[in-house]
Design a binder for this molecule. Sequence first.
Ligand code: E4P
Length: 216
Amino acid sequence: MRIFLDTANIDQIRKAARLGVVSGITTNPTLVAKEGSADYQAVIKEICSIIPGSVSTEVLAEETEAILKQARDIATWAPNVAIKIPATTVGLEATSVLASEKIEVNFTLCFSLNQALLGALAGATYVSIFVGRLDDAGHDGMEIVKDTVEVFKQYELSTQVIAASIRHPQHCLAAARAGAHIATVPYKVLMQMIEHPLTDIGIARFLDDWRRLSSG
Ligand code: E4P
């Protein structure tokens, strides 16, 4: 399973990039707005220059023609940009057109296997299943990830499944076990994935023992 970072925070992206484990970024309008910059294009271009992998950027239009116009423009911002299009009828139509133009689409806001399947059939490069929001609504978000991965495998669909809306390290474990191709995680969760109190205790003990030996 690959790891994407789910943020538009430049500082977090730079720090995470240095760890060598992040192969892409997902952003959304909420995440970009949180950073306080109104210059969407400048933020995305900067992110694309830091991370060589795919950087998902959401369209903010609602009609097919407007989505296509915006998506084609965003696609010129950087070679590694992927267009995030919501899982609606209009989104499906736009996805199939963009896919035929070889523009990468992340079919987002998927809450069911049916939505993900249609996104894949329309030619999306990625489908994003929002696990945390499904859990919040009383469903088992990871079950949908697992089913989607199995169905895509069964029908040899090349679309990659992103486990999105990840809230804690347990979600990462479950996404890996469910066979998700990618988990897109907030910076805080990435940090939680590497931390373990026994590692800290182990390091402290080794250093202590070594200091005692060298001072005695
Ligand atoms: C994914 O692409 C989305 O940006 C993100 O995972 C949404 O997460 P949230 O439900 O925590 O807002």
